[in-house]
Design a protein around this ligand. Structure first.
Ligand SMILES: [Zn+2]
Length: 427
């Protein structure tokens, strides 16, 4: 059985809390303008049963930008009351992710050589995948993980603080374990509503010459590459360095290094290294050069956002046309994989089970249900192969090379519609 390298396993029950922010979560300004309106959509992991359709909840999915600090964000904040907790995605199952984090840890240890017994923290520790990358018994390792995935890290002997990270948790970690020499937070920043409180937590616990390293997807890349399907309710922020730097300064932190890194098939990302403002660490040249590049790109102007909205509009239109044309030629079309982001694509293009008959997915919790909003039946990979579709819309399109080379669907003659940045048919 193929496991998508980017698969997630979290699934929601119904019942959501909703609130609408009216100020920027990075700088507090109310000078916000709409970039992209994807309509009302259900939360991306809220797979439904047929009998749940009448009570299915949808919420506005709209990207705004702050004209004061340049941040892009959702103001409509949706929280699941009941997240199905028994099947969390465990990061360690991904070899690509293990290798990526090993490279990050090796680089940090060789660049900054923290002392023996230094306190090292990973925020968003998941099953301990990052903490496992450090040499055993040399440092005091602490993870922060609010979800049940943290119990797997504990089983491996790691200390886990079971909480959402923020100022109070940062203070508690410093009190209990001491000032922190090194802290990592990868793929966390997009999910945070109260960014001021979150960043304050790092300022609270860092040692005077300690460092925090963040990795998150990078706004200009998302917009130029048209990865608009990464916009869903869980992803509240789409970060650029300009607004981040202003926020860091507000809480007493300083950006010392900014890098664009390639993270396998997930594409480029931002890696930002941060220190306390009162530390002796200086802002490196990489920070100013990324700020200059963002200014040249037009982060504070309308142009890139208008261009992005136009590209999203034409990508969804072309995708609908591609599917319609293939159906007219007599091809039966399904959908391959059901990642959270796929639902943004299905709903933005207004696909239904009339267009796309079924979705192949190996997460048993999604099978037997319908995709949120578009209501396409989710079936197992085996059943999907048995139904001999001619084509499949590939929702994990960022792993297209992997699926084209490895999937049984292609081996039995199927072809993929790879939807973004513009639809193409492979092989
Ligand atoms: Zn702002």
């Amino acid at each position: 059985m193929l496991v998508s390298p980017g698969a997630t396993g979290e699934i929601y029950l119904m019942n959501f809390r909703y609130k609408k922010n009216d100020t920027c979560r990075m700088c507090g300004s109310s000078d916000l303008s709409l970039v992209l309106d994807l309509g009302d959509q259900p939360p991306s992991n809220a797979f439904v049963k047929t009998e749940d359709i009448p009570t299915e909840q949808s919420f506005p999915l709209r990207l705004f930008r702050c004209r004061s600090c340049g941040s892009s964000q959702l103001l409509d904040v949706v929280n699941a009351q009941d997240v199905f907790d028994d099947y969390y995605y465990l990061s360690s199952t991904s070899g690509a992710l293990r290798n990526h984090f090993q490279g990050l840890v090796d680089g940090l240890l060789s660049d900054y050589s923290p002392n023996e017994n230094s306190v090292i923290v990973d925020v968003g520790a998941n099953d301990g995948i990052m903490l496992d990358r450090y040499p055993k018994d040399r440092f005091r390792l602490v993870g922060v993980e609010p979800s049940s995935a943290g119990q797997y890290a504990e089983q491996k002997g790691h200390i886990i603080v079971k909480d959402f990270f923020g100022q109070e948790v940062g203070r508690r970690i410093k009190e209990e374990y001491g000032p922190v020499a090194l802290v990592t937070a990868t793929n966390v920043c997009a999910h945070v509503d109260d960014m001021v409180n979150f960043m304050s937590g790092f300022a609270e616990m860092l040692d005077d010459d300690g460092l925090a390293v963040f990795e998150c997807s990078y706004l200009p890349d998302m917009m130029e590459g048209v990865y608009f399907d990464t916009i869903y309710h869980e992803h509240l922020c789409y970060h650029g360095l300009t607004p981040l730097k202003a926020l860091l300064r507000r809480v007493g932190l300083r950006a010392v290094k900014a890098e664009r890194i390639s993270f396998g098939a997930s594409g480029p990302a931002l890696r930002l290294t941060v220190a306390l403002e009162r530390s002796g660490r200086k802002e490196g040249a990489s920070v100013q050069s990324m700020l200059d590049a963002e200014a040249a790109w037009g982060l504070m102007s309308d142009a890139p956002y208008d261009r992005f909205a136009e590209k999203v509009e034409s990508a969804t239109r072309e995708l609908r046309e591609t599917v319609a044309k293939q159906k007219e030629s007599g091809n039966r079309i399904g959908v391959f994989t059901a990642p959270a982001k796929g639902n943004t694509l299905l709903n933005s293009a207004r696909f239904t089970s009339e267009d796309l008959e079924a979705v192949a997915e190996n997460n048993a919790l999604k099978c037997g249900k319908l995709t949120p909003g578009s209501h396409i039946p989710v079936i197992s990979d085996e059943e999907f192969l048995g139904r001999k579709f001619d084509m499949a819309l590939l929702l994990s399109w960022n792993y297209a090379d992997f699926f084209v080379s490895n999937s049984d669907f292609v081996k039995q003659g199927g072809r993929f519609i790879v939807p973004l940045p513009r639809p193409v048919i492979r092989p």
